[in-house]
Design a protein around this ligand. Structure first.
Ligand code: GLN
Length: 484
């Protein structure tokens, strides 16, 4: 069977368009690869063999009738907190183990309209809360580069699916780094779009003012194709912004001459692994060689970002997760008792430890007596962080930072200390608080041969500059293929 595991969306798309291969062949090969590798890697919670083959056939028929689109017939994977009508959406939680999606998310409808073939639903930390997929109720995903290490999270399954060569594109969600951090750990590209750029309709809410759906890709170009397909206004999501979606593949052809690239001094602190620091500094050199000007900048409120995030995200989560009560959705306890006992037992049995911790934290910071001291204060600090970025983007077009402070860590290394786990998102959280776009581009390998990525951020709705800079960097560096 032909192997398509190294193809990008555009190389696959060219082969499909020329008739050299059919979508059915590509999808069969992807499913065979999943059957071979995924029992160990566990990127998927559910593989939809039959549906994928049916959709591949439909894609081939559409092409025979003259349809042509970069995603037509291309296999993709979708994080299991994004609804696909008729399919499961477990969110990595026992509480939603048997929940069937009554409709499809807007992003799924858009992908299917372009002819993309969904292979299945990928693993995640329960309700997207985590940085390693170790919080999934269905067992963790392994990092395809080194199975002793975590793939990052919470969208670890989607990142691993692309890294393992199952598909060139997948979808994740990012509330505090859940696309960029696993992209960094798995050596793939991953974009968190501007808040409001991509519809959240059909994404199971974690923290609604921070959540965004975004794509993973083998390359920055793959990310551009995926964004072109999923971005844009949606009247089903009142926070989606009514702005035209630019063709991001056009941005890849531009150069970074004259771009001012800011290096925020608060992001080069002691806890950053020296190998990570070196790759980011090399990235600055690569951009400088192509005509960008590198300048030190300051984002003075950075040190508050993690605390602000864990007040606001947990507050919103405690409210969003109220609906899982054993009546309207999912798991219901078998323990007999009154209504209150039934709620309590269903939620205790259905939610894992990290989700319960966050519901408790969030309920606490919202409770009367503590609201002003925590929630209100965090909102004020959030405004200061937004202002930091607004000021920074008066001076620079792009901000360049590490994506994560370290290369991928080992399983179990941070599970006993939630704070250590929370700190792995220290560089990604601020852009969610500010609502700006951020991308991870693979940079190189650590001495242990595991991936390290760099992060770039841009101003609101300036995905175009982000893609230009990301692809300039990608062209200027080399990153090895993974053989599996
Ligand atoms: N790791 C962060 C958290 O646990 C971010 C998760 C996310 O972006 N969904 O909340």
């Amino acid at each position: 069977m032909a192997d398509f595991s190294k193809e990008t969306c555009s190389s696959l798309s060219r082969k499909l368009a020329s008739g050299e291969v059919s979508s059915v062949e590509v999808v069969k090969s992807a499913l065979a690869r999943i059957d071979r590798l995924d029992p160990a890697l566990h990127a998927f919670i559910k593989v939809e063999h039959e549906q994928a083959l049916t959709d591949a056939k439909i894609a081939d028929e559409r092409r025979a009738k003259g349809a042509n689109h970069p995603l037509l017939g291309v296999p993709v994977a979708v994080k299991d907190n994004i609804l696909v009508e008729g399919g499961f959406a477990t969110c990595g939680s026992k509480i939603l183990e048997n929940f069937k999606s009554p409709y499809s998310a807007t992003v799924v409808k858009k992908l299917r309209a372009e002819g993309a073939v969904i292979l299945g639903k990928t693993n995640l930390d329960e309700f997207a809360m985590g940085s390693s997929t170790e919080n999934s109720a269905f067992g963790p995903t392994k990092n395809p580069w080194d199975q002793k290490t975590v793939p990052g999270g919470s969208s670890g399954g989607s990142a691993a699916a692309v890294a393992a060569g199952y598909c060139p594109i997948s979808l994740g969600s990012d509330t505090g780094g859940s696309i960029r951090q696993p992209a960094s750990f798995c050596g793939v590209a991953g974009l968190k779009p501007t808040y409001g750029r991509v519809s959240r309709f059909g994404l199971v809410a974690f923290a609604s003012s921070l959540d965004q759906i975004g794509p993973f890709g083998k390359t920055v170009e793959d990310v551009a194709y995926a964004m072109n397909a999923i971005g844009g206004h949606d009247k089903m999501d009142s926070t989606s912004v009514n702005k035209p979606m630019p063709d991001l593949t056009e941005s890849l052809k531009k150069d970074v001459k004259g771009f001012v690239v800011g290096l925020p001094k608060e992001y080069f602190i002691d806890g950053v692994d020296p190998e990570v620091r070196k790759i980011v500094m090399d990235a600055a050199d690569i951009l400088a060689k192509q005509g960008a000007r590198i300048e030190e900048i300051s984002l003075p409120h950075t040190e508050y970002a993690v605390s602000v995030y864990y007040v606001l995200a947990t507050a919103e989560a405690s409210s969003n997760l109220e609906r899982y009560d054993g009546v309207k959705y999912g798991h219901r306890t078998k323990t007999p008792g009154g209504l209150g006992e039934m709620y309590a037992a269903s939620r205790t049995e259905g939610f894992g430890a990290e989700v319960r911790r966050r519901i408790l934290l969030g309920t606490y910071v919202l409770s009367s007596g503590y609201y002003d001291a925590y929630y209100l204060k965090a909102q004020k600090a959030r405004t200061l962080i937004v202002e930091d970025f607004r000021n920074a983007f008066k001076k620079c077009r792009i901000i360049l930072t590490p994506t994560a402070p370290t290369p991928p860590f080992n399983f179990g290394e941070k599970t006993s200390d939630p704070l250590q786990m929370y700190l792995s998102d220290i560089f990604t959280i601020s852009s969610n608080l500010a609502g700006i776009p951020g991308i991870n581009v693979p940079g190189g390998l650590s001495s242990k041969k595991t991936p390290i990525g760099i992060q770039m951020m841009a101003g609101h709705f300036d995905e175009e500059s982000l893609m230009t800079a990301a692809s300039a960097y990608e062209r200027g560096r080399t990153f090895p293929d993974l053989e599996l």
